[in-house]
Ligand binder design. Structure first.
Ligand SMILES: C[S@@+](CC[C@H](N)C(=O)[O-])C[C@H]1O[C@@H](n2cnc3c(N)ncnc32)[C@H](O)[C@@H]1O
Length: 391
């Protein structure tokens, strides 16, 4: 029985390899994990060109988050084979010639089926930045010092440029997933703690010039020098509906907004921003937390985790995890479907966690979520989480 299963899997893998070679491959999905309790629900695989080389880009779809990893083709195919042999029951391969499905049953039987193709054209490989850049060589990048006068990325600004690109890619994907928002003619964004405005300018440029929306973007920032600089650049590059206002996030009277951003706003400023976003019923709340002092100080003890908390750096990491878990749960409790993921590789910045909440109208299990928060706080002797108090 096992032999037969391996044979069919081998046959399936050959079909996959041939489709990649012939450039007829569209995508592959592996689903139905044999271990129902596993967090890993699906693997979504596409082709991508990275640094000029073909790769397979894997999205590991977990219960609460997506993790993307890229592999060279041979390694990627090996990984797909391993996953069919040991993890997933179902494979759905889409090529421009045919769709091929493989189903493996509990008793070891398997079924290979080919049907008419869903897609008749191979996709342009999305990561091929040279073909399909979401961040152009726009003037605002020159004014902000990311690019030099001739449009080349300044040596010291490589990481910043990557961060901007990645951020815009995420915004693009989140908007496309939120159909009703994506269809809107005009999109309103508020960026809390906008700093020098790299990402504020980038989202305006993307909405206005790539998606051709009537974008209205406001940056809120406490530093006068940043406000003056950003408003001056916005004027210079003729970004008419981009403006920067001076203020503390906690005092800011947030008007109706579609997208609320809080990127690297310090400590509880992130909570202030999330709170404002929830109250304004923002459709998307996107934050990338920075330091986590409030919970670090509030942690008293933990029967289970005391040995961890005795190490300063581990206590700090633990505080980050607790702070952001409670933030994510509070977003869920307030009607947001929430994801937590790393948005850029740690080689470019350590501040790379992103929490995204998408507002929905479905049922919310508030009581059970709040219970989870209470339990977590009790475990660590935490009296209050700043955002919880605000809400
Ligand atoms: C680390 S910078 C991040 C800037 C920008 N969002 C980014 O990711 O590139 C944080 C900015 O938030 C501002 N900030 C911190 N707390 C704030 C508050 N409570 N209200 C308004 N701005 C705040 C700081 O002045 C600083 O410019």
């Amino acid at each position: 029985m096992l032999l037969l299963r391996v044979e069919k899997i081998n046959q399936y893998i050959t079909t996959l390899s041939e489709s990649i070679e012939a450039d007829t491959f569209v995508r592959l999905t592996l689903s139905k994990n044999r271990d129902k309790s596993s967090d890993l629900k699906k693997l979504l695989i596409k082709q991508a060109i990275l640094k000029g080389k073909p790769h397979l880009s894997f999205v590991f779809r977990n219960k609460t988050n997506d993790v993307t990893k890229n592999f060279e083709i041979t390694k990627g195919i090996e990984l797909i084979k391993e996953n069919l042999e040991s993890t997933f029951f179902i494979g759905n391969l889409f090529t421009t010639r045919k769709n091929h499905s493989l189903e493996i049953f509990e008793n070891g039987k398997q079924l290979l089926k080919s049907t008419a193709p869903t897609f008749t054209a191979a996709p342009t490989h999305q990561h091929d930045k040279s073909k399909n850049r979401l961040v152009g060589k726009s003037d605002f990048l020159k004014e902000l010092g990311v690019l030099d006068k001739s449009g080349r990325v300044q040596t010291a600004m490589g990481d910043k440029y990557k961060q901007i690109e990645k951020f815009v890619e995420i915004i693009d994907s989140l908007l496309r997933k939120n159909e009703s928002l994506f269809k809107e003619k005009s999109i309103k964004v508020t960026d809390m703690g906008s700093g020098k405005g790299y990402l504020t300018f980038a989202i305006y440029d993307f909405l206005k010039n790539k998606l051709e929306k009537e974008a209205e973007v406001i940056g809120v920032e406490v530093r006068d020098d940043m406000i003056a600089l950003c408003n001056q650049i916005a004027q210079k590059v003729n970004f008419k509906n981009l403006s920067f206002e001076k203020g503390f996030i906690s005092d800011y009277d947030l008007p109706a907004t579609d997208v609320l951003l809080a990127l690297h706003a310090c400590d509880t400023a992130t909570d202030d921003a999330i709170y404002k976003g929830i109250k304004a019923k923002a459709k998307l709340i996107i934050c990338s937390p920075c330091c986590h002092k409030q919970i670090r100080k509030a942690i008293q003890k933990s029967e289970t985790f005391d040995p961890v908390l005795n190490f300063g750096i581990l206590k700090e990491r633990q505080a980050e995890i607790i702070t952001d878990t409670i933030r994510a749960l509070l977003l869920e409790a307030n009607g947001y479907k929430t994801k937590v993921f790393e948005f850029i590789s740690t080689e470019h910045t350590g501040k790379n966690l992103m929490i995204v909440g998408q507002r929905h109208e479905g049922k919310v299990k508030t009581k059970s979520i709040l219970k989870k928060i209470e339990k977590l706080k009790k475990e660590f002797g935490i009296e209050k989480h700043y955002l919880e108090e605000l809400l």
